[in-house]
Design a protein around this ligand. Structure first.
Ligand code: AMP
Ligand code: MN
Ligand code: MN
Length: 328
């Protein structure tokens, strides 16, 4: 835990505000968006103005979560009383929106990343939470007069289920399941969420996955899987960058693979790396080495340089983390 405020204190600051602007991280995922939208609806029910300022439009697989909360319009709110970063480990991950965040009369941060910096005046970072959505659930419960609506429950459930790979990853705790059960008992659109988030692969994404298998290398006796996709390959697949987001799962889910690494060329000279570990591996050290971060079993970084250099330097670092692969 890395916090200079309690959830109760954060709830009080939010309650006193007339306007709140919420910031999910760039390339927002189900947890970032679910957390923001759930909280946005709760804050609106308290009577305040609230919006979620996104870095880009909602990705298709979770666009049902919008509920009239999300915008990419940087001008959407003038001088908010509170600006709150959600599921965002550092202010570099709200790059294009940072100046707006800094305009908040009070600046807050709620997150669950191990490598979160604790920026803003008040921050609450609990790395033991599987998803930021779990923290948001507890925060909303601090508002005695807010009842969770079906939309709020859908949003929070989406955050919990997407950050835990539908409750499969090792970050899932008894408490995560208890919160999910409470939400389900009160009523959520469970089938709609699961189909949208997990059974909804775009055909171009499948072409990307085929390419990922084609480019895959198995290192260290098959304990480590590495692959890559360039911008040109994405174009050949008729795909956009976002269609490469799930490629990492193809690598991790292979028998005996403990560490998976996926390099994706975002634009010429910029390569994003996603890293996953299954049981004993530690990938956050590798990500931190390259200036990124995340969690022990899910981390990432952005590499400035060519794909060839990204592949070479990654493999060198993977070799150094060989010892964490032992003792499966
Ligand atoms: P991804 O592979 O993009 O799904 O990211 C895996 C995990 O690492 C997520 O928890 C991200 O928030 C975190 N992460 C990814 N890229 C970075 C970065 N450049 N800096 C800090 N954390 C990151
Ligand atoms: Mn996230
Ligand atoms: Mn998260």
């Amino acid at each position: 835990m890395n916090a200079n405020a309690t959830l109760k204190e954060l709830a009080e600051v939010i309650r006193e505000a007339d306007s709140v602007l919420l910031f999910p991280h760039d390339n927002a995922d189900g947890d970032a968006i679910g957390s923001c939208v759930g909280l946005c609806l709760a804050i609106r029910s308290l009577g305040a103005d609230c919006m979620v300022l996104m870095g880009e439009p909602l990705p298709g697989y979770i666009d049902f979560l919008d509920y009239g909360c999300c915008t990419t319009d940087i001008e959407c709110m003038k001088n908010p009383d509170v600006c709150l970063c959600v599921d965002c480990s550092g202010d570099s991950r709200i790059s294009g929106r940072l100046s707006r965040y800094l305009e908040g009369k009070k600046k807050l941060c709620i997150d669950h990343h191990l490598t979160a910096e604790g920026y803003g005046e008040l921050y609450y970072i609990d790395e033991n939470e599987a998803a930021t959505a779990g923290i948001i659930y507890k925060l909303i419960r601090k508002f005695d007069d807010v009842e969770l609506s079906r939309e709020m429950r859908n949003a929070i459930y989406t955050g919990l289920s997407t950050d835990t790979g539908n409750f499969r990853y090792s970050n899932t705790t008894a408490e995560t399941l208890r919160i999910a059960a409470d939400l389900m008992e009160e009523g959520i659109d469970h089938n709609m969420i699961i189909v949208s988030a997990f059974q909804n692969r775009n055909i171009h994404e499948i072409y990307v996955q085929m390419k990922v298998y084609e480019n895959m290398e198995l290192l260290m006796d098959g304990r480590c899987a590495v692959s890559y996709i360039t911008e040109e390959m994405l174009r050949e697949c008729g795909a956009e960058y976002q269609h490469a987001e799930t490629a990492i799962d193809c690598l991790r889910d292979i028998e005996n693979v403990e560490i998976a690494a996926m390099l994706k060329e975002k634009e010429p000279g910029t390569v994003k790396c996603s890293l996953r570990a299954k049981s004993t591996g530690n990938v956050v050290d590798i990500a931190s080495f390259f200036g990124g971060g995340g969690h022990v079993k899910a981390a990432g970084y952005t590499f400035r340089g060519t794909m060839d250099d990204a592949r070479r330097t990654l493999k060198e670092q993977l070799e150094r983390s060989r010892d964490t692969l032992q003792g499966r």
